[in-house]
Design a protein around this ligand. Sequence first.
Ligand SMILES: [Zn+2]
Length: 481
Amino acid sequence: MQSARKPITHRLICDNVALPSRDTLIIEPATIDIAGSVIAAVYRNEATAPPLAPHVICERLHSVLVTPSYVDAHTHLALTCLRGLGRDGAADANLVETFFYKIEQHMTPDDIRAFVRVGGLEAMMSGTGLVWDHYYFPEAIADGLRDIGLAGVVAPTVQDRGGPGVAALDANIDATIALATSSTSENDGVFSALGLHATDTVSPELLQRCIPLTEKYNLPVHCHVAQSLDEVERVHRLDGCSPGTQLIRSGILDSAPHSLLVHGIFLTDDELEALGQRKVTLALCPHSKQIFAYLPDLKRWMTHDVQWVVGTDCAASNDAWSVPRELRFIAGMRAMSATWSAAHQNYLSKGGPALAKAAWKERGRLRNALAPLGSDTYVLDKGWRVPGAMHPAFRAGEVSEGSLASLAVWDTTHPSFWPNENALRTLVWGRTDGALKRMMINGSWSTSEDYVGQAIAQSDMWKEFSTEASERLAMLMKRAS
Ligand SMILES: [Zn+2]
């Protein structure tokens, strides 16, 4: 998608922009020309930018840092309605099946649209400009996103051997194709992916049916894989192999232009090695995994050179649609496992400086094993450039020519940035939501007032949409109970 020839609609002259520079990011002044929904050009020197037609909006952005907006690689925005409702004991078994399925079967398309709006507005408050959403009633998801001006890749949930969407299989495949062939995608920022639910709820026959669709419509795959013990046991029983192997053997990972596989806790070394040789990105949802199961072994993903990103997954599990919160968590993973290492446990049992020294040495070894997480650019790219490059129809997560014009503008005079010596590090480790001054999605500013969080929370839109969502949730819980 290259819109450089389209007329410029907007120019931003900025003091500080996080610009790509090979594998890293640099902060420099830049002039950003926008044509409709796409960045048409980025000039490092304002003087080299061509003169503008009189009607073009030109803004100067001082004392702020302009970055890409975040790409949340895995959401079920409609499940915002279940926040706080799951009992802790439900997570001892399979939370999706014992809790979600029971309520999901009573949801209507209007419920989904209402819940997507409130979840999406919350996501925007921390700088998310695009979500990869996976759920039932895709038209309602797309309408909900359009209502609030959030971009998204909608993956209508496809399943044929379990789950609430079995009866809607054909309808959801039709909806996937309709979204993929929509002529409005570039303007409203709503794209589609093939939303295979999970390897235990999708049969090998359905995978074969979907392979030509990925080729004909250039559809990326978005699928949960190896996320639960139930899935591992069922796929072994039904297909005689483990979840990752089922997908690899089917050939769909070779036919699709890209595959986003989510969670991957039970992927083996052999499977990870095979995935590392394919156009596959794994999604890590740290906070969600702390509730649903436990964290995958990130070191093994990296050892096998599998590309990976972060996602939030589901407000019912982690209580926030916040990509920066997930990035902060992965940055802190380097030394996390030292606590449970044999060396530290040995010290706790026996004490003494020699064993303490051995435990500290083990901490150093673990930190080195995950050394890339020490790079702010590496971490931020898990929420910017890497998920922004997963769809063949667009590029996002980067301030560069041809990318979607989806930007976050941070007030670097805000207390959370002070003394503003290293803004990228602050974005990784700090709590910067309050400094999000403006956000542009697909070439349009998201709020007319400054400070996005406050502007959304105080808007008439939030009042109207949250009121409707509350009323719908009350009725849904009545039906489900
Ligand atoms: Zn999920």
